[in-house]
Design a protein. Sequence first.
Length: 290
Amino acid sequence: MSLISAADLAVTLDDPDLRIADVRWSLAEPRGGAAAYAAAHLPGAVFVDLESVLTATSGPGRHPLPDPATFAAALGELGIGRDHRVVACDDAGGTVAARLWWMLDTLGHARAAVLDGGIGAWRAAGLPFTVDVPHFPHAEPVATAGPGSRWPRTIDLPALAGRLGELTLLDARAGERYRGEIEPIDRVPGHIPTAHSLPTAALLEPDGRFLAAAELASRFALAGVGDGPVVVACGSGVNACQLALGMRAAGLPDPLLYPGSYSDWTQSGMPIATGAEPGDPPGSGRLRSR
């Protein structure tokens, strides 16, 4: 089960195998998640920092994936391991929590889910918060292929560039960033050529919960998802995981993740497209490069 409701999570808070991971973070205030956690969090939740646990110190893009074994060891230090049922939560429509879900799920840890509606759904249900910080013993790390292993279900820049036009590429960023109207952090505005715009907000109800499976499938179909391979991307490979979560909830095949996403693409000086249309693969004359 990739999503869990606040009500269903609440009745299992006493489960000794449960680990709740608070992964609140925002682009506007990267350190704000830790402060919000300190002020109030779900009972039993530990804070999992996007920048230090779910991101490597170097690599393609702004939030490169860490080595799988390093990631698993960091979770183990927090008391999250291979025997635990993990529920990730945030206050951003699952756009950050899905990163932890994707990493665990991709490594084969099937007992991982995202709190549907996040912190807001928990609060709206009148469920309790606490300031108490739990301290769990070290846990046996989730299984990996060992140090230096590669992440499954990913695609890098050279492979993606060689397949533009052959696969469906989804861009999870807000529409104005996709179109190139604004760009708050990356050096060049626009999008990867052939990418279809599917902002993370399009997968959510007004209250922040995910749409029903049939409606999710419809949104993906409108964005160009069909029978062929799908790649999800965003600014730095974090929010794109929410699209992967949405595809799982819709009953669709798992996509590939482009971990470096637009930040890696632009840092590498690759051609870009602007405007509301996906654009053609490089060489069509409808692109501009840095």
